[in-house]
Design a binder for this molecule. Structure first.
Ligand code: FAD
Ligand code: SF4
Ligand code: SF4
Length: 482
């Protein structure tokens, strides 16, 4: 429904909240964008043309009611906008911060195609729910009437937390197990604070704890209990453990001191953001201060490492990627942010060897130039070596950020009968989201492979419905049998 408060895209230019100056933001770990002031949010929301078929919502994995909450925002009805936005998402302010909107909602906004620039949906979404938190509109989690059934959730990332929230509102006793000492998964220990400040994640976790969800932090399934033990404790289980096996590089010198894994590096930095003591950071092995840093990879993890190294005071930061800018998997927005902050991209280059001049410590990366051949199955052009074109990049810290595969969960969990596919992700029935084990469900990256937060939230929402249906049927069967 279009009203006088919307359809203003012709007269009002697209605007994102101002980014802090690169020279200021590259010295701290605070988020780089300011928040919209109220009039600006209303003005930008009012650019929406209230499409009859809103492609923004179609391409949002949560199918958020975007035009409706944009209209309410444009009319100054922020509380109602919040309630509508919250109806389809457990973490709207988090998605508003870190979704790659250019590939999802904003990338499919019709105003973008008409040349006026997309409605800045993510920034408005963030604004609405941040305001709701400040105004006290975010309600406590209220559990539904107790059903006398208990659920175990393995993994406290966005998939596990979203499922836990919905299942608690359905009235189940919910226990969440996570091997880390804090919940949140990659929201807490992967994604850096300059994209997502940690109190934003922790207030969500605290709300779930206050709603009676029991968290078992520092509890690693496979070490502290087998899957069978957990199955006997609960009526149903959800596996939402994400993907954590770092992809390897095979090259001479890869074992040199100073060649580190991206996630080890990011976890250390994120722990410092919490104020933790981190010996490997304090001792320098996972700290880029004063070092020449080379990050290998072209995805979002690589961008996060590059930008973390800059903030730690590295002497230089280079990102080595085997394809060119147009063929990289990471967000162009993040590349632009990294460049503004001082990173140098060495496109079309791949590591050949890691030089270690003194006592096994890395001193340089020998790289070969690449050229792009024919497109592969995904449509991206395949890189191939361009012989006779070598270079050496000075490096005393090398961060490997080539992506992640699943760990061997059947072996880790002591559950060889847990079905996985040839990539190691858990096999689920598409309709029920149940694994090969009765009453054991799975969701998030461990099913999809490395993906996005918003998809993990969607999976958490979907699997909670499937588990609810299965548990109701189980309870009915047990009543009949009794
Ligand atoms: P995870 O978030 O990985 O959570 C899984 C949880 O399971 C973890 O807490 C882990 O400790 C726990 N766990 C694992 N094994 C066990 C076990 N045996 N016992 C107990 N607990 C266990 N996506 C975006 O949309 N935007 C971004 O900007 C973005 N940036 C990213 C940056 C980095 C560095 C990385 C690595 C990923 C990024 N992603 C981003 C992807 C996104 O974080 C993931 O797709 C999402 O977190 C997956 O959610 P999940 O709940 O499936 O798993
Ligand atoms: Fe866009 Fe992500 Fe929000 Fe959906 S959840 S509206 S894709 S920012
Ligand atoms: Fe509004 Fe763009 Fe969505 Fe259309 S596609 S409803 S203009 S945000």
């Amino acid at each position: 429904m279009a009203t006088g408060s919307t359809l203003k895209f012709v007269g009002i230019d697209q605007a994102y909240p101002a980014k802090r100056d690169a020279d200021a933001r590259n010295k701290d770990f605070q988020e780089i964008a300011d928040r919209f002031a109220v009039p600006k949010a209303e003005e930008q929301a009012g650019r929406c043309s209230q499409c009859g078929v809103p492609y923004c919502s179609v391409h949002c994995p949560l199918h958020n009611h975007i035009p409706d909450w944009l209209r309410l925002t444009a009319e100054g009805r922020l509380r109602e906008a919040y309630e509508l936005s919250n109806a389809t998402s457990t973490m709207p302010e988090i998605c508003g911060r870190i979704c790659p909107q250019d590939r999802l909602c904003e990338g499919n906004c019709v105003i973008e195609f008409s040349g006026h620039g997309a409605v800045t949906i993510g920034s408005v979404e963030k604004f609405i729910t941040d305001t709701a938190w400040e105004e006290g509109w975010v309600e406590p989690l209220v559990p539904g009437p107790a059903r006398g059934q208990s659920i175990g959730v393995i993994g406290a990332g966005p998939a596990g937390l979203s499922a836990a929230e919905y299942l608690r509102t359905f009235g189940y006793e919910v226990h969440v197990y996570d091997r880390h000492d804090r919940a949140g998964g990659l929201l807490t220990y992967g994604i850096p604070s300059f994209k997502l400040e940690k109190p934003v994640v922790m207030r969500r976790v605290e709300r779930l704890k206050a709603g009676g969800i029991v968290f078992h932090e520092g509890f690693e399934v496979g070490r502290d209990a087998t899957m069978d033990e957990l199955r006997s404790r609960h009526d149903a289980l959800l596996v939402a453990t994400g993907v954590y096996k770092a992809r390897a590089i095979k090259a001479p010198g890869i074992g040199s001191e100073g060649v580190v894994e991206a996630l080890d590096y990011l976890i250390a930095s994120n722990r410092k953001s919490f104020g933790d003591t981190v010996p490997a950071w304090d001792g320098g092995s996972l700290n880029a201060q004063g070092k020449h840093v080379v990050v290998i990879g072209g995805g979002d993890t690589a961008m996060d490492c590059v930008r973390t190294a800059i903030r730690q005071g590295a002497a230089s930061v280079k990102c080595l990627y085997r394809r060119d800018r147009a063929n990289m998997p990471g967000s162009q927005r993040e590349v632009a942010n990294a460049e503004e902050e001082g990173a140098e991209f060495v496109w079309l280059s791949a590591p050949e060897a890691f030089e270690a001049a003194v006592e096994g410590r890395v001193s340089g990366v020998r790289a070969t130039r690449m050229r792009l051949g024919a497109p592969d199955a995904s449509g991206r052009r395949t890189p191939e070596p361009d012989p006779g074109n070598e270079m050496v990049l000075q490096a005393d810290l090398v961060v490997k950020a080539l992506g992640f595969d699943p760990e061997d969960l059947p072996a880790m969990f002591g559950a060889p009968e847990l079905g996985v596919n040839r990539w190691g992700t858990i096999r689920v029935d598409n309709k029920t989201m149940m694994t090969s084990l009765e009453g054991v469900f799975a969701a998030g990256d461990i099913v999809r492979g490395a993906s996005l937060v918003v998809w993990a939230i969607r999976d958490g929402r979907d699997v909670s419905d499937r588990m609810h249906a299965w548990l109701k049927a189980k309870a009915a069967r047990e009543r009949v049998a009794a």
